[in-house]
Design a protein. Structure first.
Lengths: 141, 144
């Protein structure tokens, strides 16, 4: 149940992230209309990358080195999957420039997803701190 | 449920009588909370000290031993972490990771850190980690 909840959470973040990056790319390319099946492609990409994210992302018990290695592996895996899907969907050509662009796009989605996660955590912390202050703020050390 | 509070006669001890057809979970928890002592025995080298729960910041399990941390000293406690967790379930103590039970009233603030975990800064400036899976428990304890 916890894994499913985790999966859904990451799936939402990643889907929104890919939507934003797609929007930016289409805007920069000056494309007026988007393919009808774009949303399906985004969902499939989000599903594949979420699966990798849930499997590979560091666990709490992982040390710093192990976490670092897992983050690097995670990013490389995401780039490989997105290059494969990108070629299949016609988003890119398999050449140096295309792969580089995809690596940048993956980094942007990565950044967005983690930022969203962090902002939600900050809000949770704020709510906790508010109650802590109300209930125990006056207690002496 | 009817609740009656009466003053004892002069010279009589304070007494709680539970009059019920059967003990449900709610009543059992209430009785457990009433029975829980607010003192704990701590061991520091050759000293044996009665610790008040109020002075304990957190408990930590290290190498099969459990220690309680007060503002100045660290005492060994001859109990398992899960026993402490059960015994003080209805107090301000809450398990926040596999090895730590914190006194929530001693938390100054929390902040998110890497990997969905939170860091709790205690009022004595010590820091303890709140595991991702226990953040929900902390929120529940605080009524959020």
């Amino acid at each position: 149940m916890k894994t499913l909840g985790n999966f859904i959470k990451w799936f939402l973040y990643i889907t929104v992230g890919i939507l934003i990056v797609c929007g930016i790319n289409y805007k920069l390319a000056g494309v007026e209309s988007v393919p009808v099946d774009l949303f399906g492609m985004i969902l499939l990409s989000a599903f594949a990358t979420t699966l990798i994210t849930v499997i590979i992302l560091p666990k709490e018990e992982d040390g710093k080195l192990r976490s670092g290695v897992k983050f690097l592996l995670h990013y490389i895996m995401l780039c490989v999957i997105m290059c494969f899907l990108g070629c299949w969907f016609g988003w890119m050509h398999f050449e140096a420039a295309g792969v580089a662009m995809m690596a940048i796009d993956v980094a942007l989605v990565y950044l967005f997803s983690f930022l969203a996660h962090y902002i939600i955590d900050i809000r949770q912390a704020d709510a906790i701190n508010k109650v802590l202050q109300e209930k125990y703020g006056d207690e002496e050390v | 449920m009817k609740i009656t509070i009466e003053a004892p006669k002069q010279g009589e001890e304070d007494e709680i009588i539970v009059r019920c057809a059967s003990l449900d979970e709610r009543l059992l928890k209430l009785i457990q909370a009433l029975r829980a002592e607010d003192k704990l025995t701590g061991y520091l080298e050759d000293k044996i000290v009665k610790l008040s729960l109020k002075e304990i910041y957190y408990f930590e399990a290290v190498d099969n031993k459990v220690f309680s941390y007060t503002a100045k000293e660290t005492y060994e406690i001859h109990k398992k972490l899960y026993e402490i967790e059960q015994e003080f379930e209805h107090t301000d103590f809450l398990r926040i990771s596999k090895s730590v039970i914190v006194n929530v009233s001693k938390i100054a603030y929390v902040k998110p850190i890497f990997n969905g975990r939170f860091e709790a800064k205690l009022k004595n400036d010590e820091k303890v980690i709140v595991s991702r899976q226990y953040v929900t428990e902390l929120k529940k304890k605080l009524g959020i």
